[in-house]
Design a protein around this ligand. Sequence first.
Ligand code: SF4
Length: 433
Amino acid sequence: SAGRTGMGAVMGSKNLKAIVVKGNSFVPIIARAEKFKKSVKKTLNFILNTTTTKVLREFGTSATVKAAHAVGDLPIKYWTKGKWNDVDDVSAEKLKENFVIKRKSCYGCSIGCGKIIEVKNNDYNFSEWEGPEYETIAGFGSMLLNNDLEAISIANNLCNDYGFDTISGSSVIAFLYYLYNNGHIEKDQIDGLDLEWGNSEAMLTLIRKMAFREGIGDLLAEGSNAVGKEFNIPSSKIATINNLEAPYHDIRSCYGLSLTYAFAPRGACHTSGDVFKVLRRSNEVDYSSLGIKKLDMFANNKKMAKYSALLHDYRALYSSLITCFFINPPPEYMAELITTLLGIEFDIKKLKLTGERIFNIKRLFNIKMGLNSDNDQIPEILLTPTKEGAVKEKTPDFDKLKSYYYKIRKWDPSTGKPHVQKLAELGLENLEL
Ligand code: SF4
């Protein structure tokens, strides 16, 4: 899938292998080599000693499953429940104990959070493959009330082989289970499949059907909104934002995340701004240089909106730097790395400004493509409080947070466009729409 949104499939369909960018200016490889080496050492020393890194190395992102459940961050039964008694069955410990055989790392990364697993005598004759990440365990596990970790691991490999994003792939399947179990669709509309919650065999069948566009799989391949349209389901019941399936962090457990999802440039995306992660781990990494301090996860105030915006900007810069968002030194370390690498003075002020410019340029691009403030929404299903669990009866005041967000951004709430004055502040006046 080459990440979310199916870009890999689009590129594949056009036989596009790579995009080369050519410029005229000379870019030194490492401008201040000795200082850069020192900065790298300092940064590594910080990162490798954090608890997050130690946990990622030991268990990978699957360690988040139980932790997320404990704080109400794990979505359950297509976002309708707040507690799942089987969560231990799909935990990182279970994965490690039964399936993990070694660690795997992206090129050059000293954390190495990936896991290679093996499921002996599996029906698919798969040998070794990549273990499921947190999002995949949530999507094919808790979202479907499926406690079969072996089936989740197989689903992960099928999705990887077929080129599916496991978040959207699992979410559209969970949506079908939700429709079936709530009486919106009948067996004869879904190729006679029994989609009782927890049925992992049907889940694997649906992945295959989706890949080969067989029967109901042909519709699933079009995404959740297409499924909703086919069965006359109101958009309020579909867990998508701007046509992208919501990732598996629950906005009812961190209110600022509602803004992260609603304003993410590519549709619902937790990596576009991880306010939930930063606030939860504020003891570990100090973000005060960005202007972010400890805050109640359930705050519906201006500060929460500001932090969401600041992290949108910061992660926009991260994306442009092609930096993994699991690697989190204090922001001033990042500024120092950029300065010594590129030889450009890059203090915190410049770091924030650059991130804000990138985020606003993405916004302008989307507006040019037809986006407006009507797109800045969260579907009701994600805002409906659950009746149990760690965030029982809780939900953000999204409209209030949204109005703060527009003000902080200096965007027009009626059109969604950045004000001219904001564009001038960012040196982007030539991009006014
Ligand atoms: S770059 Fe990120 S995703 Fe890859 S191994 Fe390192 S921490 Fe994990």
